[in-house]
Ligand binder design. Structure first.
Ligand code: ADP
Ligand code: MG
Length: 357
């Protein structure tokens, strides 16, 4: 898995039993180099010769994915591995235009590893009229549903998405808005680091009410599901625009504090508004490590038990990578991977393109 945060590659070696029970055997994280990260970030907006540059970046990614896989298989025969589920790196996500683009050169990954690769999970759902996202809710439903307790699962990556899991009743899910993305971009610009560890810099500032209100006015937040988001909706250009329009000089640390509050509210308020009766709220993804963010989310959901998925026995860092292992398994078994009620697709679809070993 390599998500919108552009932090790196999360790889898990997973064993999936016939009853769908899933077990993590090994994990591996490979951070992106600064160079690759900035190349990928640049490719999110139109630029000269972008087709060639994207194809070259895809090759670089395939080598990195292969390195992550070989790290997982140090004492394991690759012939025992059924498949690699490879999400790829999103460069564009435009379901309204009928496409989404994840790069990673799955053919090269199959060649480098000698293992079957399943990739391009999102396109089929979009072809069927869906958003192509979020795709993790089906996996959350499979592994984290409780027969008596109404749970909500949030994945806080670059973008945040939730899965509503009532004890009885249908699973819902959508992208709520920004996850770590705005926080990462702002601290990167002002302090030259990739993320605000534990939200410490945000905590040193004070949220600005005017900016918070302007951020909360983003039309995406009130729009009905099915919906999905990316860097297209939430980015520094949008934030800069708001700051210019507001015309106040706001201290960078106060902007960071405001972004943290905005991120927490857009997520928590979606849960209180849309997931009536929820009892427990579990967070996975890198945002689970941001103590200040978790604290603000908890403060806005006083009636829910708020914790990370560690409380359910799954390390929050590996849930999404596990989901793509599971989606690869679904593809190999010709079983659907999407939930039409979540993505808006016209029906269940087998997701992914298979590149045989
Ligand atoms: N200790 C931490 N404190 C604050 N934020 C963190 C911490 N660890 C990870 N993160 C955040 O998590 C992000 C990575 O999350 P991840 O789940 O990999 O997102 P994605 O799926 O979009 O790649 C980092 O960019 C960072 O913002
Ligand atoms: Mg990541």
């Amino acid at each position: 898995m390599s998500g919108t945060s552009l932090d790196g590659v999360d790889a898990v070696l997973a064993e999936i039993g016939s009853a769908g029970r899933i077990r993590i055997l090994h994990t591996r994280y490979l951070p992106y180099s600064d160079r690759l990260r900035s190349q990928l970030l640049a490719l999110h907006t139109p630029q000269p010769d972008e087709i060639h540059l994207a194809a070259c970046a895809a090759n670089t990614l395939a080598h990195l994915y292969a390195e992550a896989v070989s790290g997982l298989l140090e004492r394991i025969d690759p012939a025992t591995i059924h498949a690699i589920g490879c999400h790829g790196q999103t460069l564009r996500h435009r379901p309204a235009d009928g496409y989404t683009l994840q790069i990673g050169n799955a053919a090269l990954l199959a060649e480098l590893t000698g293992i079957t690769v399943v990739a391009d999970f999102r396109s089929r759902d979009i072809a069927a009229g869906g958003q192509g996202a979020p795709l993790v809710p089906a996996f959350h439903a499979q592994t984290l549903h409780h027969p008596e307790i109404h749970r909500v699962i949030a994945n806080i990556g670059g973008i945040a998405n939730i899965t509503d899991l009532p004890a009885n009743g249908s699973v819902r899910g959508w992208d709520t808005g920004p996850g770590n993305m705005l926080l990462d971009s702002w601290i990167d610009r002002h302090r030259g680091v990739r993320y605000d560890r534990d939200g410490a810099w945000a905590t040193s500032g004070t949220a600005h009410a005017g900016l918070l209100a302007a951020l909360a006015d983003h039309p995406y937040l009130q729009s009905p599901a099915p919906k999905s988001a990316g860097r297209e909706q939430f980015n520094l250009a949008w934030l800069d625009n708001l700051l210019t329009r507001l015309g106040y000089a706001i201290e960078p640390a106060d902007v960071q504090a405001t972004l943290l509050e905005f991120t927490a509210r857009s997520l928590a308020d979606a849960v209180s508004r849309e997931c009536a009766g929820a009892q427990e709220f579990y967070v996975c993804g890198g945002g689970a490590h941001n103590g200040a963010l978790m604290q603000r989310i908890g403060a806005r959901l006083p009636n829910l038990r708020v914790a990370t998925t560690s409380a359910l026995g799954i390390d929050p860092d590996w849930v999404e990578a596990l989901a793509f292992a599971w989606l690869a398994r679904q593809a190999l078994h010709h079983e659907p991977g999407n939930l039409p009620a979540v993505t808006g697709a016209s029906g269940p679809r087998v997701l992914g393109a298979i590149y045989p070993a």
